[in-house]
Design a protein. Structure first.
Length: 322
């Protein structure tokens, strides 16, 4: 009887090992990449381009699922509450670090419930003004705003957006004032900007560069420390006379906290490889999207730094959570 029990136990070991190995193998089923915005933007493009590569390399379906809503927190909350196994990710944008400043309560804790995988990209914003505005340089714009505080307005794609925070950072650093006019997306603001009903905007180079080339708006500077290949003749804010101004509309993938480190590392390696593919780089470069990449720890540190940075800007602007 004892020998029979020993035989049964020993014969089960290989199968137990095989089962454990099958569970440990990643990925062995469909992966879903949530995009908290409609199709067509930078984070949607990143998800689709990298997801296509991972699907080819790993032999598993990679589904891109657009779930906009609630200032991009809907999809983030869905992923925060999903199983921590690496099969559900969300690509967050700059608002991820800003939302805690605008909402008294979020359905998740930005730092405790979510784990960074990789920062994928950064998109320079362009400071542009309506042609009727007499300012032709950043110093001239600052002088104009100081001479007439609160008389001019700037457009954004909504409270807490990178466009909104870029303008507030500018106002904070220059000691100037403008009226904030939020729109449902930056494209909705363009008609008013072109006609002069609003005078200033910080918009992604992808969205506004065409108007700058046609003369519909006057480009004064881009917001990143490096010039944009989409508008190489436009100086950076630093070059234009505002030392220390450096920001962009960034994004990256995150997963539920508790996701195994080896799974996060494999996802990170896969995305890094995809972002280095020549065809991916070419498509993103043509859209003015700068590839970032790097390890999870760097993205984690970056998010924490962004939260501290924008908390100060929000305080200076008198922004309070609602």
């Amino acid at each position: 009887m004892l020998n029979r029990r020993l035989f049964l136990a020993s014969s089960a070991l290989p199968f137990a090992g095989a089962k454990a190995g099958a569970q440990a193998a990643f990925p062995n089923k469909q992966i879903r990449l949530y995009v908290p915005a409609p199709p067509g933007g930078a984070i949607d493009a990143i998800a689709r381009l990298t997801g296509e590569k991972l699907q080819t390399w790993w032999g598993q379906a990679v589904i891109v699922d657009n779930k906009p809503g609630a200032t991009q927190t809907l999809a983030t909350d869905l992923v925060a509450k999903s199983p921590p196994d690496g099969y559900n990710l969300v690509i967050v944008a700059s608002s991820h670090a800003v939302n805690p400043l605008f909402f008294k309560t979020l359905p998740y804790d930005t730092l405790k419930d979510l784990a960074p995988v990789i920062q994928t990209h950064n998109v320079p914003l362009m400071l542009a003004v309506t042609p009727s505005l007499p300012a032709k340089t950043v110093p001239e714009l600052i002088a104009l705003l100081k001479a007439k505080p609160g008389e001019y307005s700037y457009a954004s794609s909504g409270a807490g957006s990178s466009l909104h925070m870029a303008a507030e950072l500018f106002l904070s650093m220059t000691g100037t004032k403008m009226l904030h006019v939020p729109y449902r997306g930056s494209s909705a603001a363009h008609p008013d900007l072109l006609s002069g009903r609003t005078q200033v905007i910080f918009d992604t180079v992808t969205a506004i560069a065409g108007h700058a080339r046609s003369g519909g708006v006057r480009a004064l500077a881009v917001t990143t420390a490096k010039r944009s290949n989409v508008a190489p003749d436009v100086p950076t804010m630093i070059e234009a006379g505002l030392p220390g101004y450096d920001m962009g509309s960034w994004g990256g993938f995150i997963v539920p906290m508790g996701t195994p480190k080896d799974v996060i590392d494999k996802l990170n390696a896969g995305f890094n490889k995809a972002l280095a593919e020549p065809d991916v780089v070419a498509k993103l470069d043509a859209a003015g999207i700068q590839v970032v990449g790097g390890p999870p720890k760097v993205f984690d540190d970056f998010i924490r730094q962004e939260m501290v940075r924008w908390a100060k800007v929000a305080q200076d602007a008198g922004i309070k959570p609602e």
